[in-house]
Design a protein around this ligand. Sequence first.
Ligand code: CA
Length: 245
Amino acid sequence: METSVLIVEDEVAIVTLLRYNLEREGFRVYSTGDGEEAVAMVKDCKPDIVVLDWMLPSMSGVDICKQLRWSPETKTVPIIMLSARGEESDRIRGLNAGADDYIVKPFSPAELVARIRAVFRRFRPALSEKTLGFAGIKMDVAAHKITRDNVEVHLSPTEFSLLRYFLEHPNRVFSREQLLDAVWGHDIYVELRTVDVHVRRLRKGLDYDGKQPDLIRTIRSAGYAMSEAASDGTIEEDLGDELKE
Ligand code: CA
């Protein structure tokens, strides 16, 4: 089956250019310039990925992104946000709204295709059929299902891949660079702070009732680790380092 992309953008010239290039790469392309229609189309057409422009006439891309992340039906669809706003604070805002990646306009269609493929690598790596677990967290990789103490937890694709990487290597400390390489891939430029945003979203996602112990440790000047030991002397905690919202 063809991989499908929904382009949400009101500028016809951009849609035409992206459609042409994506179809040439073998993607099936849907498009709309309307926010509400976009949300309905994600439910109806079930695209494999959404390319979402920030600036739309009816509803902002950030609001659409939040809405897609809110509904269990659309929560797991990967989202790449497009924007002319290249400030770091805007990127962080886009990622905080739930986007998996962020591309600053102007960009080339080839870059978008590379980013789409990178997102797919990140959340569908070789479709392995295994179950991973740690401290009450269970991940069925093939079914894309996560439970914590038998309660189902919903994560967006990037958080899923990040959690998977931690579950595959518990009690090991990874630098932000190592996590970027492992989860995002080498060929994509992503700011290190992006890792902090996704770690925070992962923590939030795993804490399904606001009472769960945090298993992801922030290690001073080193990075992050998944560990049950709160402070056993081997892992130094430093939550002061974290990105504030
Ligand atoms: Ca636009």
